[in-house]
Write a protein that binds this ligand. Sequence first.
Ligand SMILES: Nc1ncnc2c1ncn2[C@@H]1O[C@H](COP(=O)(O)OP(=O)(O)OP(=O)(O)O)[C@@H](O)[C@H]1O
Ligand SMILES: [Mg+2]
Length: 205
Amino acid sequence: MHSSSDGPDLREMWLQQRATGALDRFNDRTPAIYRLPIETPATVAEWVAGWGGNSLFLTGPIGVGKTHAAWQTCRNWLTAFYGPDRSWQGSAKVYTYRSTALFDALRPDGPDEVRRTLIKELQDAELVFIDDIAAAKVTEWTQERLFEIFDERYINRRPVIITSDVLPGDLSPVTGPRVASRLAEMCRGSVVLMDGNDRRKQVAA
Ligand SMILES: Nc1ncnc2c1ncn2[C@@H]1O[C@H](COP(=O)(O)OP(=O)(O)OP(=O)(O)O)[C@@H](O)[C@H]1O
Ligand SMILES: [Mg+2]
């Protein structure tokens, strides 16, 4: 028998299932070591709550935990996206790329159509995480493709999460000056310097 209270309960269950499904799929494509749930620094955790298009830039020395914090933040972001505090806004696409793989995929020698599709997906996705942005070699061609991606995200206030051992102010040689300029504005107020020791060495000790 149905009562008038069935409606909200069913909707709640349906939303819960969508959230669980999205998080399960995200966990499946998370690299094994970054699946471990961790506490992120307070400033990083606060960013998740700060909707409105602001991006997040995690910087700091090797092994301090930037990449792990970024994966955890993507999970937190997805949880919040499907959470009860937000009215239903369809499903969220979260793209995660190492800079090396991304720059490779953007190269001019691959099929045009595949590259155009990737650029469009990276322009439109609800969240894009690029790991270690300064780790890969860039060409002028890659910088132009990055500009296409970042300019579209910038003008539409779509967030990115970037990790890097290079500060945003020093990114020009990697991304080109126009992307670096946009990133500076996108990440204003949410550049987090993660300080500490190389956790890999602590594990080995
Ligand atoms: N808060 C945490 N609690 C426990 N382990 C952590 C935490 N953060 C990171 N780690 C672990 O520390 C190691 C290094 O973390 P991570 O790969 O995120 O570092 P990184 O700053 O991205 O390094 P790199 O600059 O070399 O890319 C990994 O094994 C990771 O799982
Ligand atoms: Mg890393």
